[in-house]
Design a protein around this ligand. Structure first.
Ligand code: MRU
Length: 360
């Protein structure tokens, strides 16, 4: 199915639709087919939602959280339970299935937990009424994520210096969220304010989220960009062509250590070596205060085929070993500030993160 990619007439990507509910199905832009084809995936079972998350038809921490929330609503609506106790059991099974698809981004388990807690709080009543209420909650997760992204844009835009040349990695844009993005939000907001801006887009091997998705999003929005391969970042910094780095996050733990797409840590080291500010932009749903430091974050290992192949073509000798850790952890000491929807957190991160999480 060809996608109704934009919900309004505008082609500004704040209207980009990544995930939505339509006639009993969770609908997604198929991110494996972008930028050349704009196709919609319709998921009509929890297993289909799980598969879309695993195969990365939908990806990006907040986007998989929103998708999983709808997956929980779908589990409720499809359940044959005749009482709410049985329905809650079905929801626990669905949560386990969804959570196990990708371990690093905390937003996935955060969203399914929120849905389960909501279901337990509603408690008694008919299973159908509970399932309907879960769908409303999934809509709320999506709407809140979009609002958080816009707030991140408001808080982050002033950090970009005049004439700002911003380097970003992976895709932390509208496609990775309910819309508007996290790392791309301050860029979008600065651009909307009429400020001069230029984005260096890392291609982001091996999955090419930068080349395929970030470049596409920014290009659609008319925001000036230059695509570079990942190994050009240091050269650009040394040449004085990068004013700041802004990346997204999959999990920010209590001390500020941050998991994000593999290659982010290298950028943190490079930025520090060149005296360039390094910002992480993420909603508070990405903050996981249950983990004290980054060594505890589970790092997803993906298939080595994604390294040995490009667009389905083998690019390495047959039979060669390849590694594929999909994320790395940037230590807090390399991070200048963390931009959230509740404000900008600067070191010391422990107290600042507690404050924006509302536990201090
Ligand atoms: O493997 P992906 O594409 O899901 O990884 C995505 C990232 O690392 C993003 O930077 C992160 O999820 C933040 S998205 C707003």
């Amino acid at each position: 199915m060809r996608a109704a990619l934009f919900s309004g007439e505008t082609t500004m990507s704040d209207e980009l639709r990544t995930v939505w509910w339509e006639q009993g199905a969770v609908c997604l832009i198929d991110q494996l087919r972008l930028p050349h084809e704009q196709l919609v995936v319709r998921c009509e079972s929890v297993e289909a939602v799980a598969k879309a998350i695993k195969t990365m038809q939908v990806r990006g921490a907040p986007a998989i959280g929103c998708t999983a929330a709808y997956g929980m609503a779908l589990a409720g609506l499809l359940s044959s339970a005749t009482d709410t106790a049985r329905l809650l059991k079905d929801l626990v099974v669905a949560k386990d299935v969804l959570d196990s698809q990708r371990p690093t981004a905390v937003n996935l388990a955060w969203a399914t937990e929120r849905m389960l807690v909501h279901a337990r709080q509603l408690g008694a009543g008919s299973p159908r009424a509970l399932a309907d209420a879960l769908l409303e909650e999934a809509h709320a997760v999506l709407a809140e994520d979009l609002a958080m992204c816009h707030a991140i844009g408001d808080h982050g835009a002033p950090l970009i210096p005049a004439g700002g040349r911003v380097l970003t990695h992976c895709n932390a844009g509208g496609l990775a969220t309910a819309g508007y993005g996290t790392a791309l939000a301050p860029i979008r907001s600065a651009f909307a304010q009429g400020r001069t801006i230029h984005v260096w887009v890392d291609e982001t091997r091996p999955f090419l989220q930068g080349a395929r998705l970030t470049a596409w999003e920014l290009h659609q929005s008319g925001i000036p960009l230059t695509l570079i391969t990942d190994n050009m970042a240091g050269y650009m910094m040394k040449s004085g062509k990068v004013d700041c780095v802004i990346v997204g996050a999959d999990r920010i733990v209590a001390n500020g250590d941050t998991a994000n797409k593999i290659g982010t840590y290298s950028l943190g080291v490079l930025a520090r070596a060149h005296g360039i500010p390094f910002y992480v932009a993420a909603p508070t749903s990405t903050i996981d205060l249950s983990m004290a430091h980054g060594d505890l974050i589970p790092i997803e290992e993906r298939s080595s085929d994604e390294v040995t192949h490009l667009s389905g073509h083998l690019i390495a000798p047959v039979g060669v070993n390849a590694a594929h850790p999909a994320f790395d952890v940037t230590p807090a000491e390399l991070i200048t500030a963390i931009i959230t929807e509740r404000g900008v957190v600067t070191p010391p991160f422990v107290s600042g993160l507690q404050r924006v999480k509302g536990v201090a």
